[in-house]
Design a protein around this ligand. Sequence first.
Ligand code: AMP
Ligand code: GLY
Length: 422
Amino acid sequence: MKVLVVGGGGREHALVMKIAESDRVEKVYCAPGNAGIAVDAELVDLEDSDLSGLLAFARDEEIGLTVVGPEVPLCAGIVDLFTENGLRIFGPNRAAAELEGSKVFAKKLMQKHMIPTASFRAFSDQDEAMTYLRTVLDWPVVIKADGLAAGKGVVIVQGLEDAEETITSIMADRQFGEAGRTVVVEEFLNGEEASILAFTDGATIAVLEASQDHKAARDGDRGPNTGGMGAYSPAPIVTDRVLDQVSRDILVPLVHALRKEERPYRGILYAGLMIGKGGAKVLEFNVRFGDPETQVVLPRLKTDLVELMEATIDGTLEQVELEWDPRAAMCVVMAAAGYPGAYARGKRIHGIGDANALEGVTVFHAGTRIEDGDLVTAGGRVLGVTALGDDLAAARDRAYEAVEKITWEGILYRKDIGYRAL
Ligand code: AMP
Ligand code: GLY
C-alpha cells in the first residue's frame, strides 16, 4: 500500500519513519515534507492547506491511506473530503475536529459532560469581557483566542491592566485574526503538565504511553510560549492512578459526549493535562499527534502504527494490542536563535550524520531544506534530537551528546529538558 503523510515538521518526520517500518507499506509520500523527510519518503510539492491538490494527488497515485499531521487541514475538513471521494484517511472529520478548532466548543462540551477542566466564561463582546475581568479577584487568569492560533493564542495575565491589553490585541486588533472573534477567560490551574495521546474509533480507546513537553522557550520553564522545546516519555507524573482517573473522568466521557453530539471521533486524541492536587484537569484537547510528543512516543511504540490507524478507521481497535519498548525517550528541540520571535533562515547545518550515528539516536527534521546542495535551516524549530536510553537520565545524556555534535550559526536549545522528572 502507498501512504501519504500530510505536513512537514518533526512530528511528520516521526510519523513517516514509523509508517515506513510497517510490512503493509510499500511506499511513503509526504506533502510538503522537509529535507530530512526526503530521505525516508518521496516529497510531494503541495502545502497541507491545499485540500483539492492533495485529493487529486491521492486519487492519481492510488494512495491507500492518508495520514494527517497538523490541525489546520483537519479543521478545514480534509477527512470529509477524502471520505466523500472514497479515499481512506486517518483523522477526525471536521465536526469532531472542532474539539481543537473552537475552544468555546470544547469548554462547553466539557462543562456539559462534567469533564474536569478550568472554570471559564466565553465572550464575543469586548466590553462584556472587560466588565467581567473587572470583577476578577484572583489573578492570574488565562485568556485564550477561541480559534486556531498555531499554539500562540493563550495568554496568562497577571492583572487588570495586562488583561485589558490582551483583550484589545486579541479582540480589537485581531492579533490572531478571526480566531480572536471570541475569547475564553479561564481559571489559572496549578500543577504539572502532561500529554496523553489515545487512539479511538469512537468506541474503544487505546491510550498511549504518557509524555511531557516543555512549552517555554528558556531553561527553567521561563520565557515565551513556543510550539514545544523538548519532550520525554514516560512521564513519571502520570502514575497508574492518574492514568485511571484520566481514562475514567476524561477520555471515556469525552468519546461518549462526542458520539452523543453526533460528532463521533475517529483518530488520535491529544489531551493536554494539568495534574494538580485534585487530579488531572484538561487544559486543551488537540485532534492530532503532538509535536514534539510524537518524537518520543512513536520511537517507543512496537505495535505496527499502520495497523493501529487502519483499525481506528475500521472500528476494530478493540482487536489491537499495544506493545511498548520499556526504554525511555527524550527529545531536545534545536531551534533558530530568536524563535518563537523573528529568526534567521538559510544557516548551514553540520553534524547530523555524527549525531545519528550514536546508538539509539534519531534526528528528526522540523524545519530544514536543501539550498545549493547544502542542508540549511528553514524554520523556527529546526531539528528534534531523540535518544532512547534505559531510563530518562540515560536518554537525556545521549540526547545531549548528540545535540552537541550539531552546529549552525545561531543555535537555540534548552539545556534542561526532563529536569522535572530527573
Ligand atoms: P493550551 O494551548 O490551551 O494548552 O495552552 C498553552 C499553555 O498555556 C499550556 O500548555 C499551559 O502551560 C498554559 N495554560 C493554558 N491554560 C491554562 C490554565 N487554565 N492554567 C494554567 N496554565 C494554562
Ligand atoms: N506540543 C504541543 C502540541 O503539539 O500542541
